[in-house]
Design a binder for this molecule. Structure first.
Ligand SMILES: C[S@@+](CC[C@H](N)C(=O)[O-])C[C@H]1O[C@@H](n2cnc3c(N)ncnc32)[C@H](O)[C@@H]1O
Length: 392
């Protein structure tokens, strides 16, 4: 396919500026699509048109890493494609895609699926917003190579600053051709095809022993910190003996690989644990971590956006290492949303324990949103705070 002559992708049938991020955090500096989406849709345009012209009898489209639906709905709205299979790791992205599709009359055009063989089975075209984590690239590439059609064409794009050369190496383990296209508006698309006959052995979830936590940590590719113990979490674990004495119901909010839930379950036998995250990879990883440490019966894992489905006043203790990024943008919104969620789900007298970078100074927000807040510890990088939900 030819590079756009002017350097600017031609507009497709769907105006991407109509997309919203809702129910994810919305703000002036946060957008629902980017130049990478436009470039991927442009570069894949001829393949998508051919798929549509053939009545989709000869193939299928899979989309992975779509942020808020620009790729899936761009293909559906711009080319009339249907039965598009989509995987998005964060639940907020999945909900935004569904809301955008409903608003734009495209609700029946796609199906959201887990990251699995079924997502890519028989796929002839794959549109992929590349993640920054090489492990995530590895896990997705392995599934595409093992399950898509041998003639599959993959359009994998990202912001140039996030596209490491090492990514080409990872993709090259699974595919014979990895061809970087020209950059446009600081984005670039890699055209990838020819799955290899001999594929590396399945590697996910990864599982590593961590001496500091005294636990096996397990992780799928998209999981924050992978199988490592985050250094903020490492500091927070020192305070576990002080956390709400007598608590029975505890929540590891934003559980990632499930370190906090497993550590609490192992060190406080009286606790029943819920581990929750909006990331599909995180919940699968937290469940694997609990199992690997013989704690599967003590930890229940739930995928949810900021505990939206959890009853109010139902926990004695919430433990949180909040993200301070929304996608690639540094933004406090997501931490504040999680503080509000903890305030709702904690029972009166319940405690929220958080760790955050020293420079963030969340104390005022915690005080206002949850209740009286005390700083329990500081090291050169992090602060640990406890906030108590008032009785009334
Ligand atoms: C800084 S990481 C901490 C992960 C893990 N607790 C640890 O200590 O390694 C923050 C986690 O919050 C999760 N998260 C972000 N937004 C969320 C939301 N709206 N609802 C639930 N979890 C969310 C992310 O997926 C990520 O796993």
């Amino acid at each position: 396919m030819q590079q756009p002559a002017t350097g600017a992708p031609r507009p497709r049938g769907l105006e991407l500026s109509l997309l919203r991020r809702f129910p994810d955090v919305e703000a002036d500096n946060l957008h629902a699509h980017d130049a990478t989406d436009e470039l991927i849709l442009d570069r894949a345009g001829a393949e998508l048109a051919a798929l549509a012209a053939g009545g989709q009898g000869g193939g299928a489209l899979a989309v992975v890493g779509d942020r808020y639906g620009a790729l899936a709905l761009g293909a559906a709205g711009g080319h009339g494609l249907e039965r598009i299979r989509v995987h998005q790791d964060p639940l907020s992205g999945e909900l935004a895609l569904a809301a955008n599709a409903a608003r734009l009359g495209l609700a029946g055009s796609f199906e959201s699926l887990p990251l699995s063989a079924k997502l890519f089975a028989g796929a002839t075209v794959v549109l992929w917003q590349l993640p920054r984590s090489l492990d995530e690239v590895d896990e997705v590439a392995a599934l595409i190579a093992a399950n898509a059609e041998p003639g599959v064409r993959i359009y994998a794009g990202g912001r140039q600053k996030h596209l490491a050369v090492a990514m080409n190496g990872v993709l090259g383990r699974y595919f014979g051709n990895v061809l970087p296209g020209r950059a446009w508006h600081k984005s670039r698309v890699l055209e990838v095809d020819s799955p290899r006959d001999q594929l590396p052995a399945r590697a996910f979830p990864r599982k590593d022993w961590n001496d500091d936590a005294g636990l096996w940590l397990c992780a799928h590719g998209a999981t924050f910190a992978g199988t490592k113990l985050d250094i903020g979490t490492r500091f927070l674990l020192d305070f576990v003996p002080l956390m709400r004495p007598g608590a029975a119901r505890a929540i590891d909010l934003g559980c990632g690989n499930g370190t906090i839930a497993a550590f609490l379950a192992a060190s406080r036998p009286e606790l029943r644990l819920l581990a929750t995250d909006q990331s599909a990879a995180a919940v699968a990883s937290a469940a694997a971590t609990a199992e690997a440490n013989g704690l599967g019966g003590r930890v229940t894992v739930v995928r949810d956006d900021a505990m939206a489905g959890f009853p109010a006043n139902s926990a004695d203790l919430v433990v949180l290492n909040p993200p301070f990024h929304v996608g690639a943008t540094v933004h406090a919104g997501i931490a504040l949303k999680l503080f509000d969620a903890a305030a709702r789900v904690l029972a009166p007298g319940g405690e929220l324990w958080t760790v955050y970078n020293r420079h963030l100074d969340y104390r005022g927000q915690l005080q206002e949103r949850v209740g009286p807040t005390e700083i329990k510890g500081r090291n050169p990088k992090f602060t640990v705070a406890v906030s108590v939900k008032p009785a009334f």
